[in-house]
Design a binder for this molecule. Structure first.
Ligand SMILES: [Fe+2]
Ligand SMILES: [Fe+2]
Length: 290
């Protein structure tokens, strides 16, 4: 036990002293980063976005597979990115690019059961966020994108120490907050800080940085309902319907989370836990069967 603690302390010391930039993390797909950056540039031309995605044929092919899946069920299959963007819109395409990007980022790590659980948590959060956004005035595609990306810091940790983080995810029993403490012991920082560093390094929009950095902070009561607040609740709702980021997660009850919603969203988000779970399972199956 003592030797494990010493090893953890040493690793933490090394990690904390190690400048972030020197950690050898695999690169996040450039196409996905550029798409996220361009999405907030109102002057960007649609054809420029299409050209960018099509410049990476393997990436474009995966995006088209999602676009043609039962999730979006287009009347006629899209055979080019231009067709997909015309039918589904640039914002929807952005969510697909991020989905493909995050999956590629996880790469071989996805073969670990803990990473597959984590991947499903991110997808579930995105699907819940998309639905919850429709009960308010937040763009549903932006909500989906933020949901897919919200736990990217966990993926960063998984790529820094694959076996150790997978073991932590598999064994930890507790809340999302106690998991943050356990991450700090293992790495010297938690996945929210890791995500903030990654998103900053990739120069993604500030609102995405707030999402990844703040999604485990306490809800702002009485404050504005924005993307970061939406993802806080969506992450917790995903956990409460059986899609937690780790198996031993003690999730908040579904009903209690609904009570935390602002009046407008509370009034318009009409769904019970079982129905929402069925919707999430269906959507994940559509993405997973690509
Ligand atoms: Fe998280
Ligand atoms: Fe989460």
């Amino acid at each position: 036990m003592e030797s494990v603690r010493v090893e953890l302390d040493q690793r933490r010391g090394q990690a904390a002293a190690m400048p972030w930039a020197y950690l050898r993390l695999p690169p996040f797909p450039q196409v996905a980063i550029r798409v996220l950056q361009l999405a907030h540039d109102e002057n960007v031309q649609l054809y420029h976005l299409c050209e960018l995605i099509a410049s990476d044929p393997a990436f474009a092919s995966e995006v088209l597979t999602i676009a043609n899946s039962v999730l979006y069920a287009p009347r006629y299959p899209a055979t080019s990115i231009l067709q997909a963007v015309t039918v589904l819109g640039a914002n929807t395409l952005q969510g697909m690019c991020v989905t493909v990007g995050v999956r590629a980022y996880l790469g071989k790590a996805m073969s670990r059961p803990a990473m597959r659980t984590l991947w499903k948590h991110n997808l579930a959060c995105a699907i819940v966020a998309q639905r919850l956004a429709q009960a308010g005035n937040i763009d549903k595609d932006t909500a989906f994108t933020a949901g897919v990306l919200h736990d990217v810091g966990r993926m960063g940790l998984a790529l820094i120490q694959p076996a150790a983080y997978a073991a932590l995810l598999e064994k930890h029993q507790g809340t999302a907050e106690t998991m943050l403490d356990a991450e700090r012991v293992l790495f010297g920082w938690d996945h929210c800080e890791t995500g903030r560093q990654l998103v900053g390094e990739w120069k993604l929009p500030d609102e995405l940085e707030s999402v990844v950095a703040q999604h485990h902070e306490a809800r702002r009561t009485g404050g504005a309902w924005d993307l970061a607040e939406l993802i806080k609740v969506s992450c917790a709702l995903a956990s409460s319907i059986g899609f937690a980021a780790f198996p031993g997660c003690q999730a908040m009850p579904f009903g209690a989370l609904l009570e935390e919603l602002p009046a407008r969203e509370h009034g318009l988000f009409h769904v019970d836990a079982e129905t929402l779970k069925e919707e999430v399972v269906e959507s994940i199956l559509a993405i997973e069967s690509m």
